[in-house]
Design a protein around this ligand. Structure first.
Ligand SMILES: [Cu+2]
Length: 484
């Protein structure tokens, strides 16, 4: 977007020569005053779990005032370090985005009409969590000011306009593998008394490989999608210290479905870049639970990779198996279609319509077929801890060529279903499936809504060992009783 003439960053040449000569309190707006330049200094911050704009006195979302004909000059910076902007709705005024690194930015515009206007942050979710205030413009409409074409004084192209889809950017050269290793399952805890378990988790935003030649800016717990699997015991006290990496552009948080109270932690873990917040909860209920970021827009944070599983083992533990795996499904919304090479951008519009361009197991296309291996031997028993981060789509989890001997539906460890072909896993839900492998070959993990396999959703379990012809046999010959 081309910057309008009145938009510039601080440090550039003054956007208005009158700025320093006529500083005015924004609160006072004498009705009959002649046109003035009104300087407003704002910074963003967190207050009571909300994101807000703060004036120099610390007032949250202050009412800004001016008269028709005045020029409002806003200097705004990120107090807590995350990325924001300020939009004056109905006035076609949008600031450049700013964060800790960019320093303050400035917007300046002339008030051409009286009325009440809303200002807000256009980063998805930020307005909803508090970044919204009012600009009151008083005084009779100055005919000369009002008559001027809006384009002259307020001619910025609205930055919120999506327009057509621009060409995709090249794939990020520094992209890393973000997919979680499905073998990264903590060991069973065994029989032990309840204890205090401490986790320190860092939220990190980074360029990651989405597919071959394709990258995406992931938001992660500990640089992997899903985040680390946590394993505690029923009755344990769990301490989670969440640190947001100083280079983050967004605030992040954690809501653990295994926790009771405080929005699962989402209420008190809204962490600004560079900061740490800690919650402690008692693991009252056994089961397999999802955790996820709970910072608006929550769907964006989850879709970008911020989810994981926490297992609360029942007191007696789970039955012993030979091999455990950790797999999670996610749906991702990008501006460009599946398969487009380059660096994909998140699409708020597609997310709102729940039309994913990508589906993944463990965060990327090929995570469980190329980036990591899942292998077992004939005769071994397998357990898959499977969760759906979503944010939106449920999974019809199925392993092609295998039958789940046991399913702990919805992750509830006290009930077991036997002999299940496909199990339904809700968004923000989980399941535990167990099966013995009796025949070698490649078993495909899928969501049986199979169109999704064409958008990246397939994994593979390799089974090696001796083939037992009584379990399965293939032949080119016609069946004996059909031969004559
Ligand atoms: Cu987040």
């Amino acid at each position: 977007m081309a910057a309008a003439p009145f938009i510039g960053t601080v440090g550039a040449t003054a956007v208005n020569k009158q700025v320093s000569s006529a500083p005015q309190s924004v609160a006072a707006a004498p009705a009959a005053a002649k046109a003035q330049v009104r300087q407003v200094v704002l910074k963003t911050g967190m207050a009571g779990g909300k994101m807000v704009y703060l004036d120099e006195k610390g007032n949250a979302n202050p009412v800004l005032r001016g008269n028709v004909g005045d020029t409002i000059e806003v200097t705004i910076s990120s107090g807590e370090g995350a990325e924001h902007d300020i939009v004056f709705e109905g006035l076609n005024v949008t600031s450049p985005k700013f964060d800790r690194k960019s320093g303050p930015v400035k917007v300046s515009f002339k008030l051409a009409q009286s009325g009440k206007f809303t200002y807000f942050c256009s980063i998805p979710g930020h307005r909803q969590i508090g970044m919204e205030g009012t600009l009151e413009v008083t005084g009779p409409a100055d005919a000369s000011a009002a008559a001027k074409p809006a384009a002259k004084v307020m001619g910025a192209a609205p930055a919120t306009s999506t327009g057509g889809v621009a060409a995709i950017a090249p794939a990020a050269a520094n992209a890393v593998v973000i997919s979680q290793d499905p073998n990264a399952v903590p060991r069973p805890l065994g029989a032990r008394a309840p204890q205090l378990v401490k986790y320190a988790i860092e939220t990190v935003e980074l360029e990651g490989r989405l597919d071959d030649g394709t990258t995406f800016t992931y938001w992660t717990f500990a640089k992997k999608v899903p985040g680390p699997m946590l394993r505690v015991k029923e009755g344990d006290t769990v301490e989670v210290a969440l640190t947001n990496n100083p280079n983050s552009k967004a605030v992040h948080s954690i809501d653990l479905h295994a926790a009771t109270g405080g929005l699962g932690g989402g209420e008190s873990t809204q962490v600004a870049p560079g900061e740490t917040k800690t919650i402690t909860f008692k693991a009252l209920n056994p089961g397999l639970y999802v955790y996820h970021c709970a910072t608006p827009s929550v769907a964006h944070h989850i879709s970008a990779g911020m989810y994981g599983l926490i297992l609360v083992e029942p007191k007696a533990g789970l039955p012993k198996v030979d091999k455990e795996f950790y797999v999670m499904q996610g749906d991702l919304y990008t501006k460009h279609a599946f398969g487009t090479k380059g660096h994909h951008e998140y699409s708020q519009e597609r997310a709102a319509d729940e039309l994913p361009t990508y589906y993944t197991f463990n965060g990327s296309v090929g995570a469980l077929t190329k980036e990591h291996k899942m292998s077992v031997k004939v005769g071994e028993t397998v357990r898959v801890f499977f969760g759906v981060g979503g944010p939106n789509k449920v999974s019809s989890f199925h392993v092609i060529g295998e039958i789940f001997d046991r399913v702990y539906s919805e992750g509830a460890t006290n009930t077991v279903k036997q002999n299940v072909q496909t199990t339904l896993v809700p968004a923000g839900g989980a399941t535990i499936t167990e099966f013995k492998v009796q025949y070698p070959g490649k078993y495909l993990l899928v969501d049986h809504s199979l169109s999704r396999a064409g958008k990246g959703l397939v994994g593979a379990l390799e089974v090696t060992g001796k083939a037992d012809g009584t379990v399965y046999k293939a032949s080119d010959k016609p069946m004996a009783d059909m031969a004559h």
